[in-house]
Design a protein around this ligand. Structure first.
Ligand code: UDP
Length: 335
């Protein structure tokens, strides 16, 4: 299939482009490089031998985006392009609403105009808020969003569902990601946080690399096995592959909305992640216990039964693999 990948130079987008090419699809990248870098495109070529076509376009610019669709005539869209930092969204809510809602509306309007019927959308397990029961299934109730970012994901899911209802030939796949981590095993592409990382794994690798003095564990008195928070960490390549399986399924369907949790089904605590990192990489981490971070929930992990059975997918990497790959990427970045 020829597929437009918005945000295709980003962390998850770039790994998805690599896996699309590996499976014989044609990926057309649309990216404004607001949170990614052009050298990633060269790295995709180094890994795959194929240089994906790139349009430096902001998805909030409907005219420019429409031109891409007119030129390329794709069969489907994987829509990653969005702002994604929870903390920033609290400080700059309008930026988040503008980017995340306008981009999706533009994409859908153009898809309708150009008769493109298949879209895979990046959503997040943040839609479940602090769940009453874990693991969460796709039927777990959606909780009121705790940040503008989380709210944009909920509204985007609603927009997609309403749009599909009004356009019966249209197919939607909503993927609710748990915590994507790791990097390509070649060490050529990975996460590129701007400034001080918010996320645990880049903070760990930067601390091990000496860029940060000390890692803080945000709380050790939660009601969990060791008191630190529990999350479901999924290797970015395993996550990338779900997008391809999802869009290949859509191509065979008529008028559906698929919703999948994309996680490993394994919950790991912050302390377990630190121990696994130290063990797998033989690096000693300087860390301390700090206060809980505002807005953090104590524990969430996925029930992934639905995606495992319907998309015949299963994660191939474990936590240690992902941590080793993230560390290899960190070391190469500094060279
Ligand atoms: N965390 C931490 N120290 C850090 C960054 C994160 O202890 O410097 C914890 C955080 O409290 C959460 C887990 O690591 O329990 C994952 O956080 P991250 O920001 O990576 O993802 P989130 O689940 O919040 O989206």
């Amino acid at each position: 299939m020829k597929i437009i990948v918005t945000g295709g130079a980003g962390f998850i987008g770039s790994h998805t482009v690599v896996e699309l090419i590996a499976r014989g699809h044609e990926a057309i990248i649309v990216d404004n490089f607001s949170n990614s870098q052009p050298f990633i495109i060269d790295r995709i070529k180094e890994i795959t031998g194929v240089s994906p076509k790139l349009y430096q376009v902001d998805c909030t610019d409907k005219k420019a985006l429409k031109q891409v669709f007119e030129n390329e005539k794709p069969e489907g869209v994987i829509h990653f392009a969005a702002s994604k930092a929870v903390g920033e969204s609290v400080l700059k809510p309008l930026l988040y609403y503008r980017n995340n809602l306008t981009s999706l509306i533009n994409v859908l309007e153009i898809m309708k105009e150009e008769k493109v019927n298949n879209i895979v959308f990046s959503s997040s397990c943040t839609v479940y808020g602090s769940p009453d029961v874990i693991p969460v299934t796709e039927k777990t109730p959606i909780k009121k969003a705790e940040s503008p970012y989380g709210n944009t994901k909920q509204i985007d899911e609603q927009i997609l569902t309403d749009f599909q209802k009004a356009n019966p030939l249209f197919n939607v796949s909503i993927l609710r990601y748990f915590n994507p981590i790791g990097a390509h095993p070649t060490g050529k592409i990975g996460e590129l946080p701007i400034g001080t990382p918010n996320n645990l794994i880049p903070f760990i690798t930067q601390t091990a690399a000496g860029i940060r003095k000390q890692l803080t564990i945000f709380g050790d008195t939660y009601d969990t096995k060791d008191g630190s928070c529990i999350r479901d960490y999924i290797h970015v390549i395993d996550l990338a592959i779900t997008h391809i399986k999802a869009i290949e399924k859509l191509k065979k369907e008529n008028g559906i909305v698929d919703v999948y949790n994309v996680g490993t089904g394994v919950g790991s605590s912050v302390i377990e992640v630190i121990e696994s990192f130290e063990e797998a990489t033989k690096q000693k981490l300087n860390f301390r216990i700090g206060n809980p971070r505002e807005g953090d929930i104590s524990a969430i992990y996925a029930d992934n039964t639905k995606i495992v059975s319907e998309l015949e997918w299963k994660p191939k990497y474990n936590l240690k693999d992902a941590l080793v790959h993230a560390w290899e990427w960190q070391k190469k970045l500094q060279k």
